[in-house]
Design a binder for this molecule. Structure first.
Ligand code: ADP
Ligand code: MG
Length: 334
């Protein structure tokens, strides 16, 4: 078996020149795609409909066989391993979650452990732990049937089910796509908190740039034919879009959206203003986002913020200085 053509032990998923041509299709759905995804990283594939996101995701667990190229997971070339076994080791969550209607919620969650031969008592106990993890009280929900749950609750069951075999890798294809906007934002935030605890390597597909910006450690912006227009952090994509396609796809308001991604700690070192004489300030934590700080200043009608530094000193920053600092992306990291 050949070596993965990358030396990094950090790499969890490695796509090397992967293509997919479906029969009778004039163009390749995915063409010569190479990507490296790190262990524990949350990567979002985002792009317009038809650009090959789902195909890329499904090649990783071989629901779709690549026409060309190789895929490595955790250093192993998975292009030729047994596909069923591969899939049991990868969590997969889709929009039409496909809960089995005649099985209880707990039985649905315990499906893969059952296939893997985990004894009944143990797998049902595991199912209850997982329901708890995704915010569904087991004593209320374990014995219910899928139709007795809301759309958002069913999606959580889908996440719990995908986690049941404790796979290192999770593939998620528009998992919250069918949920209404409010429930959706709640699910996104909960899922982020969950990821802080479980630290899976996640590849998440969406066509919604806001969802991508909110969730991803890094975002891969796909253009037609799976051209990787940019693969970078949300902040970098908003600050330095690679081309007009990315700029258009991100849409208006990039500079305002950056404010939600920038923490005060990111900008404060470059603020030269030390406006100790400010008339009225609000006290803001260094870990807050610039967006939150501005909201506090504006709602209090204050002139600036007061930040407590780790040294114990306080730093006063005027509203104007804060805006200037936040608007100078190239100096943010200095
Ligand atoms: P996305 O998820 O980004 O919307 P897909 O990966 O589903 O894109 O599709 C990429 C392209 O491949 C589209 O042109 C789509 O019509 C085509 N395609 C997807 N699945 C199939 C299939 N099973 N057979 C033929 N063509 C397909
Ligand atoms: Mg798709």
């Amino acid at each position: 078996m050949s070596e993965q053509p990358t030396s990094s032990t950090d790499t969890m998923i490695f796509l090397d020149g992967v293509s997919k041509r479906y029969p009778d299709q004039p163009k390749a759905a995915v063409s010569g795609l190479s990507m490296e995804i790190k262990r524990g990283e949350f990567v979002v594939l985002v792009g317009p409909s038809g650009c090959g996101k789902t195909t890329t995701l499904r090649m990783i667990n071989r629901l779709v066989e690549p026409s060309e190229g190789r895929i490595w997971i955790d250093g192993q070339d998975v292009t030729h391993v047994d596909a069923d076994r591969l899939r049991r080791g990868i969590g997969y969550v889709i929009q039409q979650i496909g809960l089995l209607p005649h099985l209880t919620i707990a039985q649905n969650v315990a499906l893969v452990p059952k296939l893997l031969g985990t004894p009944k008592a143990k797998r049902l106990q595991r199912a209850e732990e997982l329901l708890d993890l995704v915010g569904l009280e087991p004593s209320t929900y374990a014995r219910r049937y899928p139709r007795q749950l809301s759309g958002g609750q069913q999606q959580r069951v889908g996440v719990a089910r995908a986690l049941a075999a404790d796979p290192p890798v999770m593939l998620m294809d528009e998992p919250f796509g069918a949920v209404d906007p409010i429930a959706r934002e709640k699910l996104q935030l909960e899922f982020l908190r969950l990821q802080e605890r479980i630290r899976k390597t996640i590849v998440f597909v969406t066509h919604d740039i806001d969802e991508a910006l909110r969730l991803g450690d890094r975002i891969a912006i796909f253009a037609e034919g799976s051209r990787l227009a940019q693969f970078d952090t949300p902040l970098e994509i908003l600050t330095n879009p690679a081309d007009d396609f990315v700029r258009d796809f991100v849409g208006t308001g990039a500079s305002v959206r950056r404010l939600s991604l920038l923490k005060l700690a990111d900008v404060i070192s470059i603020s030269t203003s030390d406006a100790a004489g400010l008339f009225r300030t609000v006290e803001v934590n260094l870990e807050q986002t610039v967006h939150r700080a501005l909201e506090r200043v504006l709602s209090a009608g204050a002139e600036g913020i007061c930040v407590k530094l780790p040294t114990g000193d306080s730093r006063f920053i005027s509203l104007q200085a804060l805006l200037t600092a936040a608007a100078q992306p190239e100096r943010v990291t200095s």
